[in-house]
Design a protein around this ligand. Structure first.
Ligand code: GDP
Ligand code: MN
Length: 380
């Protein structure tokens, strides 16, 4: 589960991680009231559950009340990567001297949490990681011992020369690790961790905040679950969650309906291999009823990028005839005219085949045949 920057910063403040003076606004009127409590310049920041806001124009600095109003008007209601901005964070602008990066996430290969840091933080961190990976420092955190102060201090001295800043980095990073482990996160990130001067004294401050929680541990943290902002999540993913489907929207054009996460991943890989581009990951799960299948087709066809659909089912507990029935219902009710390729093998496959006999669905015997047929269908 993702939360907004303003919510993540509230958690940061509880853990003594310094942030700027700021407040969230839900409307233009609120922007004006909040502005009276802050001093200019004021940074207006779109609150959306997606990265790269700065580059999308979702972070603007206002020097005057007039500028503030026009920035707030532009940002509230803005569309960032398909999500509409409903809230804006107003933060007292600070003079940033340098931007650092610090984050903690899980490294699946090392099977530990890792602390990632860099002296080249800011909006281009992805590019830095790609082009100059040596500028990214990565340190494993022992699952038994937790983060050790010598580790953080060591990194601190690679990033800063001033001992006061090293100390500040150690405190912030240790507190960030407490957030990560206390709240069962899968990612905590400060980018940029800004170097600023206050009364000629250098300090570090979290100018941005990102926290992603592990869904499987949310039941242990009711007050974190309460932070969920369903209205701001990708609508198709919310709909899928309600229908008990695992769905992740991607930006390709081949819709995929598969049972089992492993088969779904393999199907996406194969689509790529044959030159296609998957529009989504979708696992309809084990015992899928025709209703679930219908819901899956609804979600997939709501994505206007989808030009063809591949249904790849290995029937065990899942019955192929249920899937076929759901497909027929969906095609009729949703008036789906897109080419659909189905590979249905396993339990009740013959029943499924006779159900679909007089439909326009293209049958495939094997997975690779199905993928070939769906990529052909794309070409017309
Ligand atoms: P992101 O693009 O979604 O990661 O949004 P950020 O909150 O990281 O803001 C993007 C960039 O805007 C930062 O890297 C900073 O350069 C700049 N920025 C954000 N807040 C401030 C601020 O208070 N003062 C100044 N000078 N720049 C800021
Ligand atoms: Mn950022």
């Amino acid at each position: 589960m993702k939360i907004h920057e303003y919510q993540a910063k509230e958690i940061f403040r509880k853990y003594n991680i310094p942030t700027s003076k700021e407040k969230v606004a839900f409307s233009l009127d609120e922007v004006k009231t909040i502005a009276k409590e802050l001093s200019f310049p004021i940074v207006v920041k779109a609150q959306v559950l997606v990265g790269g806001r700065g580059k999308a124009g979702g972070v603007k600095i206002a020097k005057t009340p007039v500028e503030l109003e026009s920035h707030a008007k532009a940002i509230l209601g803005m569309n960032i990567k398909g999500l509409i901005v409903k809230k804006a964070l107003l933060a007292e602008g600070i003079n940033i001297e340098a931007e650092y990066y610090v984050g903690i996430t899980i490294d699946r290969e090392k099977q530990t949490a890792v602390l990632i840091s860099s002296a080249s933080g800011g909006m281009n961190i992805e590019e830095v990681a790609q082009k100059t990976p040596e500028k990214i420092l990565s340190t494993s955190i022992s699952p038994l011992l937790g983060i050790k102060s010598f580790q953080v201090r060591n990194i601190g001295y690679q990033l800063f020369t001033d001992t006061l800043l090293v100390n500040s980095f150690v405190t912030i990073t240790t507190n960030l690790a407490r957030v990560f482990f206390d709240l069962d996160c899968s990612l905590v990130e400060i980018n940029p961790l800004a170097l600023i001067s206050v009364n000629n004294e250098k300090k570090l401050m979290a100018v941005d905040a990102k926290i992603v929680f592990d869904d499987n541990a949310l039941y242990q943290h009711p007050n974190i679950s309460a932070l969920r902002d369903i209205e701001s999540e990708e609508p198709s993913e919310v709909q899928a969650k309600k229908a008990d489907l695992s769905y992740v929207k991607l930006d390709g054009n081949v819709g995929c309906v598969v049972n089992g996460a492993g088969l779904a991943m393999a199907t996406m890989d194969l689509i790529k291999r044959y030159g296609g581009n998957p529009a989504n990951f979708l696992d309809i799960g084990g015992s899928s009823s025709p209703e679930k299948m219908r819901e899956a087709m609804k979600i997939i066809t709501a994505d206007k990028n989808v030009k063809a659909i591949l249904v790849n089912i290995f029937g065990g507990i899942t019955r192929c005839d249920d899937v076929a029935q759901g497909l027929l219902w969906a095609m009729k009710e949703e008036k789906i005219a897109l080419p659909i390729v189905a590979r249905l093998v396993g339990t009740n496959q013959d029943k499924a085949r006779s159900l679909l006999e007089n439909s326009p669905i293209i049958f495939a015997e094997t997975m690779s045949e199905g993928v070939k047929k769906v990529t052909q269908a794309l070409k017309g």
